[in-house]
Design a protein around this ligand. Sequence first.
Ligand code: MTE
Length: 324
Amino acid sequence: MHFHSDRFGRIAPTEITPQAVYESRRDWLRLMAGGAAGAALAGWAGREALAQSAAKLPGAKSALPGALTMEKPTSFKDASTYNNFYEFGTDKADPARAAGTLKTRPWTVAVEGEVGKPGLFDLDALLKLSPMEERIYRLRCVEGWSMVIPWVGYSLAELIKKVEPTSKAKYVEFVTLADKAQMPGLRSGVLDWPYTEGLRIDEAMQPLAMLAFGMYGEVLPNQNGAPVRLVVPWKYGFKSAKSIVKIRFVEKQPVSSWTRAAAQEYGFFSNVNPKVDHPRWSQATERRIGEDGLFAKKRPTLMFNGYEAQVGQLYAGMDLKKFY
Ligand code: MTE
């Protein structure tokens, strides 16, 4: 993610209210599902992304404090065509173009390590494990851009409770799919595959940490991490591992792919923190994709991405310059 410059400067296609944008798109999809207008789908811009993700996945509005930001959601088109998913290439446009080859069914997630009930969870079992919720979270990338996305899923804690971690489970490691046959980006050595991430167990148990299966009321587009990904809204986007195949409970702090690639730049914690700069650029401000043009004033970045009230106490007493 530090290898390519970003293509900023997009302007939102409409200036109507966020709810209206979101709702009108839903109405439109309902219309499409009706059948007669189905042929029109083929001609719609961005149809690849849409076609993959047309299956509905509704979620009840979350009641968790902080889970429904009132900020204007990013357009589905921007959220599904401006992605980091290096298994499908390093350019922001690559995943939407190339992730059609990802086979998301059948899919299993193995739960291993320091748990009383290890096992293999089929995707259908995971989908039924807890009621689906919609949560509108900010997602901020370490590169300095951000989005607001209505995710669908449930708290990672729901799965963790089911598998009964032992007292030795101090960290959780997430391993994602690495299959050369489906993922052209694996031919490049830009990262050590498989892509892995990690959280401290108390971070993983924080209810805002989410296992997401959908966004905008539909199943996740492949390029956004189908069929199941992590969304950790108070951390830089790269902590939110996509297309997870294994969740491992461990005693020692795991080394994530980005830390292995550049430890000085991407630490284990990776909390959004405007006061701790990336070694090569400031983290004090950000550009909202689809809204803040290249020459517009950037907006200030909030401590813990605006989730300080919920997660601040997890880091009480820690030197966040050291544990960046
Ligand atoms: N997960 C996998 N498996 N591979 C990746 O390259 N990129 C990360 C994260 N999860 C990545 C990943 C980075 S750098 C970011 S910013 C977010 O996914 C981007 O998520 P989005 O494309 O859905 O916005």
